[in-house]
Design a protein around this ligand. Sequence first.
Ligand SMILES: [Fe+2]
Ligand SMILES: [Fe+2]
Length: 135
Amino acid sequence: MYADKPDLVRRIREAMAAEQHDAAFYAMLVDMAPAEDKDIIKHIREDEFKHYKMFSDMYTYLTGSYINVPEPDVSPPKNYKEGLASAIMGETSAVEEYRIILIEAPFWYMKDWLYIIVTDEQKHADRYNMLYSRA
Ligand SMILES: [Fe+2]
Ligand SMILES: [Fe+2]
């Protein structure tokens, strides 16, 4: 256990919960989306599952234990465009949060993973912005 890194472990556990939340929320967005948007959101959702797995592996590496964070119940947005706006806010907040984990990560390979995750979230924000602008 990285007893000197309780803050990092907490942030990683919260990141796992955030990834599960986003995956659940985006499943609802896919249902509300017009046909031409669905694949873009599905691809973003697959990224969130990949991130969950990466954070889960980091958690196990740092603590020696495995935890499972279940998909939460998420309430649907009022409409598709509101859902996109909330997705953009969520993705940009994730960038801010995850770059702290990147800086605190004690190993280079972990920093590489965080680099991939942070740039994915930035990519998600860009794509949701594109969908928002034509919704
Ligand atoms: Fe993510
Ligand atoms: Fe994301």
